[in-house]
Structures are given as structure tokens and as C-alpha cells.
Design a protein around this ligand. Structure first.
Ligand SMILES: Cc1cc2nc3c(=O)[nH]c(=O)nc-3n(C[C@H](O)[C@H](O)[C@H](O)COP(=O)(O)O)c2cc1C
Length: 336
């Protein structure tokens, strides 16, 4: 028996059981097949998602070149996330995503980026629930796989409509909700308000997954407990500490959470780089590493030096050398 025994360990998305109920958030530029497989390989993560993909870029012609929607069988169950605002266009893209083999289709109504909201996508739909409803209905009618919704608490503090959004989504037949409990106006500032998640959970029967600022294993489980959510979705916490899912599973089992050593962190980064290189070639792999390194909290003195060195690297060999050089003294300290 331990303090976490009473917490839920799974939830259903339609007919699909998600177990454990700790899942990886979709992240553009980050949650590609390589990152997802590396997270799943460490254990403790119940569901992964593709990066957000603009529905207008998903067509029969474009699909062959659409690596953003590639996945391997070992990643199942997998969610693919679309953004859009034209119901017919998103419904067509949804059909393609279903044909590609996605287990779950997720609609993004949370992205705060002006590029996305400017086109009426993402969190812009929070300002027009009738439009969001038309879009969700069209998508639901187009596919057999379960459809989920990821959204924010509202456009701004004056327009918190997470309860209305949750109720509407349930009525439309959405299978589960993930609420990033910030407003669009907040973007990523301030703190996610998990009371919103608790309240959304009260107004619907479908699973509600809480999202926002779960950065450490114990904290994620406390958020799960205090909100009464059905699961927790983790984004940046997984970028800075890919072991967080494993650590949560261990805490639940009453075990001491695994603490990665500098050697583990170096090995993780180098393997990530090698797999990206294999997958997308040197130049794009280097870009991926640059995107990740800002968050990959090395928790060692001087990690800012590594970050700026990697950012300045002109090629993948240079980046690899910076990583090896950075970790070398830490490894010696550990082995003494
Ligand atoms: C680099 C980055 C990319 C993101 N891309 C997406 C995305 O493609 N789709 C989406 O729904 N949310 C996206 N988000 C938001 C996350 O899924 C998540 O809602 C947010 O980061 C809050 O969770 P966290 O505090 O655990 O990171 C992104 C966040 C970050 C940091």
C-alpha cells in the first residue's frame, strides 16, 4: 500500500484502454517518431501523439511526403493531431489520418501561436464554440476511430469557457478531453490552473486529462489526485526529463524513482541524435537537437554552456563533440 494506490491508473478513449494514464503531450518540432519511441522505450507512458498537423496540408497527393504523420507499430496506441477551421477540409484530413492507421484523432483547439490563431485554427476556435461544434461534428461523422479534443481554459481570463467547451464536446461525441489549463492570452506564462481541470471533470462523464506544468513525478501524481482528472499529459517535463514517465510508474509501485546519471543523459542525447540522423539526415537532425537542448535540463552546473555551444554548432559532428566534451568531467567525477 502507498499514498498513490487510490489514484486511477487507466482510462478509456472509446474502445481503447490507455494504461498507464500518464501520456505524452503533442509538441510541434519535438514529438516525432524518434522522440516518441525514445519516451516509450523508457517505460511508463501510456499514449503518444503526433505533432500538430495543419489539416490543409493533409491531402491524397501530399500524404506520401508527410513525414510528420509517420509512425511505427511499436508506438501504438497513437494519436494524430490536426488543426484547422474548415469543417469539410478537416473532415477530409481526418479520413486520411484514419487511413494512415491512427488509433485516435485529436483536434487542436489550444494552440496560442498567432500564426495558427490568425487562420482561425487552434485556440481561435475557443472564441466561436458554434464553429468548433460544427467542426467536431463533421470530423466525428467522417471517421470511425475515437476523436478527442485538446483545448485551453478560454481565450482570456474574462472568457473562461472550459465548462461550456467540455459539455459541448461531450454532446458531440468526443471520446476524451485534454485541458491545458491556461488561457490563450497566457500563452505559456503564469501557471496552469488545475482547478479548471477539476471543474471540467465535474461537468462531463467522458475522461478529462489534465495538462500544464507537471514537471516532476511526485507533482504529476499530486495534480492527478487534487484535480480528480482521469490522467495527466506531460509536455515540457518530458523534454527536460524523458525519464519522468518511468519515475511516475516507480513512485506508484512504491519504488525509489530512477535518477539518471550524467552518463545516462549523455547516452540519451547521443542516441537521440543518432536516430534523428538515420531518420531525417544530418542537417534536420541538428535542427531537432537544437530545438530540444533548450529544455533538456541537464541539471549539472554549466549546462547553459552546452546549450549555447550546441546552438552554435555548424554540423552534427561538432554538436556531438560538444556533448561529449561537456559530459566528460561529470563522468570522471562520478566514477572516482
Ligand atoms: C515546443 C512545444 C510545442 C508544442 N506543440 C503543440 C502541438 O503540436 N499541439 C498541441 O496541442 N500542443 C502543443 N504544445 C502544448 C503542449 O502540448 C502542452 O499543452 C503545453 O506545453 C503545457 O503542458 P506542459 O506544461 O506539460 O508542457 C506545445 C508546447 C511546446 C512547448
Amino acid at each position: 500500500m502507498n499514498q498513490y494506490d487510490s489514484l486511477p491508473t487507466s482510462y478509456m478513449v472509446g474502445h481503447i484502454q490507455i494504461k498507464p494514464n500518464i501520456i505524452l503531450a503533442p509538441m510541434v518540432g519535438i514529438t516525432d517518431s524518434v522522440f516518441r519511441r525514445m519516451i516509450l522505450g523508457l517505460g511508463g507512458c501510456g499514449l503518444v501523439s503526433s505533432e500538430m498537423t495543419n489539416a490543409s496540408s493533409v491531402s491524397a497527393r501530399a500524404i506520401k511526403h508527410h513525414h510528420q504523420l509517420d509512425f511505427l507499430p511499436e508506438e501504438r496506441p497513437i494519436t494524430m493531431q490536426l488543426s484547422g477551421n474548415d469543417p469539410d477540409l478537416v473532415a477530409n484530413a481526418a479520413r486520411m489520418v484514419e487511413q494512415l492507421g491512427a488509433d485516435i484523432l485529436d483536434i487542436n483547439c489550444g494552440c496560442p501561436s498567432p500564426k495558427v490563431t490568425g487562420g482561425g485554427h487552434g485556440s481561435a476556435l475557443l472564441r466561436d464554440l458554434p464553429k468548433m461544434e460544427r467542426l467536431l461534428r463533421a470530423v466525428k461523422a467522417a471517421v470511425q476511430i475515437p476523436v478527442t479534443l485538446k483545448f485551453r481554459s478560454g481565450w482570456d481570463e474574462q472568457n473562461l469557457n472550459y465548462r461550456d467547451t467540455a459539455r459541448m464536446a461531450e454532446q458531440v461525441g468526443i471520446a476524451a478531453l485534454a485541458l491545458h489549463a491556461r488561457t490563450r492570452a497566457q500563452a505559456y506564462s503564469g501557471l496552469a490552473n488545475w482547478d479548471h481541470i477539476a471543474e471540467a471533470k465535474q461537468v462531463v462523464r467522458i475522461p478529462v486529462i489534465g495538462n500544464g506544468d507537471a514537471r516532476e513525478a511526485g507533482e504529476a501524481l499530486e495534480k492527478l489526485r487534487s484535480s480528480g482528472a482521469d490522467g495527466v499529459m506531460i509536455g515540457r517535463g518530458a523534454m527536460s526529463n524523458p525519464w519522468i514517465f518511468l519515475q511516475i510508474a516507480q513512485l506508484r509501485r512504491g519504488e525509489l524513482p530512477f535518477e539518471p546519471t550524467p552518463a545516462d543523459k549523455q547516452a540519451w542525447l547521443l542516441r537521440y541524435l543518432a536516430l534523428c540522423q538515420e531518420d531525417i539526415g544530418d542537417r534536420l537532425a541538428l535542427n531537432k537537437l537544437k530545438q530540444l537542448i533548450g529544455q533538456f535540463a541537464i541539471a549539472l552546473p554549466g549546462s547553459a554552456v552546452l546549450r549555447s555551444a550546441v546552438q552554435r554548432a555548424n554540423n552534427i559532428d561538432e554538436a556531438r563533440e560538444h556533448i561529449e566534451r561537456f559530459f566528460a568531467p561529470h563522468m570522471e567525477l562520478i566514477s572516482v
